[in-house]
Design a protein around this ligand. Structure first.
Ligand code: ADP
Ligand code: SF4
Length: 700
């Protein structure tokens, strides 16, 4: 289909200093969890974005020197020759698809612990480490500032050698340059502290240095917070502060402004709390302050909203991290008029979790993320089927839907049987909970695709028994029947379950609540899972007017949500709803409307009155069909398939992303020869480059 002319504006080339982007789709710097350790994985990931039509593809934060070391979080680096080689892998691949490559040169300051390199972190003053470590920065003296400028310049020169087209000066997100800008943190008395002119000096010098070093052929971008040194909207202006003054002074200096806000939990907030395009009130004022192109983000997946942002003069480039992860081919799909095929980001931040854990990022919507090189998975293409054999997929949750979709794409004859009328499994149930409506996109994308494939037959309201499966006589069967929340309280804190949690109206499982069985009366939600489910169920119950107490053995609410940046917002949200929160307490037993809690530190007991308990602790895999089918295969029963596999939650209950991944993997690998001893390519830095990173003495 031809492109809708409404979106033509998105495909206009835009000049950025000495270089020109072929269109307005700009993959802003984002973490990948691969950094300098996995150069090929990274190059494969970034190449896929360029192939998918992004006009600009950037690195993650890229350390200019060992004094900016975020280990164990894997940043990129441009410290030496080896890094140039590693980064060239990416730039060559990005250029091969006509895109520009950008590098986000990064100086850590008080947010970096330098645990890997043991270098002392440099700070605007001697200030505590902001990542929670019990050590401080060294207050930079004039020599440190001269060194820093030289390191930044040299990193820019290496970036040029590595083939980059855009170099960043990174002046936000609580890293060193934000502290120089800040009137609170910057208490220096020299020419780098005091007046705004002085506080801005280092940023200005780094922009000038970078332009001087590489500005003939590379653009210089500045990543900057719209509400620098103030704002927040108390006076109705979300960017009140020093932004206007700063733009009066250096608004024309860089070739591009990459605008965001300092608070990650808003800038890249989960969809439960932050809408698409939420940065607009912050960004909208920037373009009036500069003639240079402006890029910003907003989890944009709607081409209408993208075009509107450009037409209304909010931005020149549509910046994206998450939408480009969920669908690296988003620009191509808009260009080819295939809007239905866009795999929309659901705003869950599982991608960010990967980086926080120091592993290659995954994505709930895009199971091929970070697998481009090491497993050879392409987000849009799969290899054709190997035979005419028929495949039955039992269960249409995220695992079953993805398996059926990819098997169908490979050309297999697929039957997808689902017990209920609704397809989507847990995704359909959870997306009805407060704030989770966008979870439904996991189902919707796959149903759209399945609808287009005539070789997939979908059977709703078909709860299959073993006899039904044998009667179908499929060659391969994938069991994707999911898992059910346990009612007995079994979990990390209570490996033998919780005394008194028996069947009956007093105990409601998360499945009960999602099925609409709401408690009436004071309810205790016990969270031993530590992700979103307990806090959202507490909210759902509270919204019906019932008093709710949220109890967790952990020190914080939704502790794992720290990796998806919703922990803080989840807790403040529950507080605003009037939910009582008790942390660091285990639920030991429950009887006669009394819940006995035990302090995790002292063991001291405490009694809470509750009529209902909702244990959010663990799930039981629903894998019976798998086991009986396996027996049938072994017994040579008539109609038994050649193979049976269990995938997703019925194999090992996990997050939705894991179910999608499992479904995808099953479908990709069916009838393929996979080396089980080496199922994926092992990425590593080049041996000689590792040598170069060693101190001089160790090299001999
Ligand atoms: P996953 O996350 O692994 O995809 P879900 O729990 O989301 O798992 O989905 C499992 C799906 O399987 C549900 O929609 C459920 O109704 C369906 N299901 C369970 N047992 C059967 C069965 N015997 N036949 C058909 N569908 C089933
Ligand atoms: Fe979007 Fe979630 Fe994928 Fe991240 S993991 S890109 S938030 S769908």
């Amino acid at each position: 289909m031809p492109r809708d002319p409404r979106y033509d504006i998105l495909f206009e080339p835009v000049k950025i200093g000495p270089v020109t982007a072929k269109n307005r789709f700009y993959q802003v710097p984002h973490c990948t969890g691969s950094g300098w350790q996995r150069p090929r994985t990274l190059a494969g990931l970034r190449e896929t974005k360029a192939e998918g039509g992004w006009g600009v593809v950037c690195t993650e934060y890229c350390s200019i020197h060992p004094s900016s070391d975020d280990t164990p979080y894997p940043a990129a680096s441009l410290w030496d020759e080896g890094d140039i080689r590693a980064q060239s892998l990416m730039t060559e691949k990005v250029h091969a698809h006509g895109a520009l490559a950008g590098v986000e040169l990064w100086i850590g300051g008080a947010r970096t612990p330098n645990l890997g390199t043991r270098e002392v972190a440099l700070g605007v003053t001697s200030m505590p480490n902001l990542a929670g470590n019990p050590f401080q920065t060294r207050a930079m003296d004039r020599q440190d500032i001269r060194d820093l400028r030289l390191w930044h310049r040299n990193a820019a020169l290496r970036a040029k050698q590595a083939g980059f087209d855009i170099a960043y000066v990174y002046a936000t997100h609580g890293y060193l340059l934000s502290h120089f800008l800040s009137p609170i943190h910057n208490t220096r008395r020299d020419e780098y502290g005091g007046s705004l002119e002085n506080r801005l000096r280092i940023v200005q010098e780094l922009i000038e240095d970078t332009k001087d070093a590489v500005g003939d052929s590379m653009a210089v971008a500045v990543r900057f917070s719209a509400e620098t040194n103030g704002g927040g909207g108390d006076d109705g202006n979300p960017i009140a502060g020093e932004t206007t003054d700063i733009f009066e002074m250096i608004g024309e200096l860089p070739d591009l402004w990459d605008i965001n806000v300092g608070d990650y939990s808003f800038e890249m907030g989960v969809s439960r709390f932050v809408e698409q395009g939420a940065l607009e009130p912050y960004v909208s004022q920037i373009k009036a302050m500069t003639t240079k192109p402006v890029v910003s983000t907003g989890r944009f997946t709607s081409p209408d909203m993208m075009a509107s942002q450009v037409k209304r003069g909010i931005v020149d480039f549509i910046g994206a991290a998450r939408p480009s992860i969920a669908d690296p081919f988003l620009p191509k799909k808009i260009e080819e008029g295939r809007i239905d095929d866009i795999r929309e980001c659901i705003g869950c931040n599982i991608c960010y979790m990967g980086d926080g854990k120091g592993v290659p990022i995954g994505c709930t919507q895009n199971p091929t993320m970070s697998e481009e090189w090491r497993r050879g998975w392409h987000p849009e293409r799969v290899q054709p089927k190997r035979s005419e054999r028929r495949v039955l997929v039992v269960g249409a949750g995220p695992a079953g839907l993805e398996a059926a979709h990819i098997l169908g794409k490979r050309g297999y004859a697929v039957m997808l049987a689902e017990a209920t009328r609704d397809l989507g499994g847990r995704v359909s149930q959870e997306s009805k909970l407060p704030g989770l409506s966008q979870w439904g996109r996991v189902r919707d994308y796959r149903l759209q695709q399945i609808d287009k494939l005539p070789n997939i037959e979908v059977f709703r309201e078909s709860r299959l028994s073993i006899d039904d499966i044998l009667a179908v006589g499929a060659d391969h069967v994938a069991i994707a029947t999911g898992a059910a929340w346990r009612r007995d309280g079994f979990g990390t804190a209570n490996p033998q379950g919780i005394a008194g949690l028996t069947e009956g109206a007093t105990v409601l499982s998360p499945n009960d609540i999602m099925a609409g069985r709401m408690p009436e009366g004071p309810t205790l939600v016990f969270d031993d899972e530590h992700y979103y489910m307990a806090s959202i169920l507490a909210e759902a119950i509270r919204l019906t007017g019932q008093p709710v107490t949220f109890v967790t053995p952990d020190d914080s609410v939704s502790a794992w949500g720290g990796f998806t940046v919703d922990r803080w917002r989840a807790r403040s949200h529950l507080m605003a709803l009037g939910i009582d929160i008790i942390t660091a307490h285990n639920l030991e037993s429950f009887s006669d409307e009394e819940a006995v809690l035990a302090c995790q530190y002292s063991g001291a007991k405490r009694i809470i009155n509750a009529e209902h308990i909702v244990p959010v602790t663990a799930r039981a895999p629903l894998d019976d069909l798998y086991h009986v089918l396996q027996e049938a295969i072994e017994a040579g029963t008539d109609g038994a398939p050649q193979t049976v596999a269990r995938i997703g939650d019925c194999n090992a209950p996990s997050i939705i992303a894991a179910a999608v991944f499992a479904g995808h993997r099953y479908a990709r690998e069916l009838e393929e020869e996979i080396d089980r001893a080496n199922p994926l390519k092992h990425d590593r830095v080049f041996f000689e480059d590792a040598i170069m990173k060693m101190p001089f003495n160790a090299r001999r």
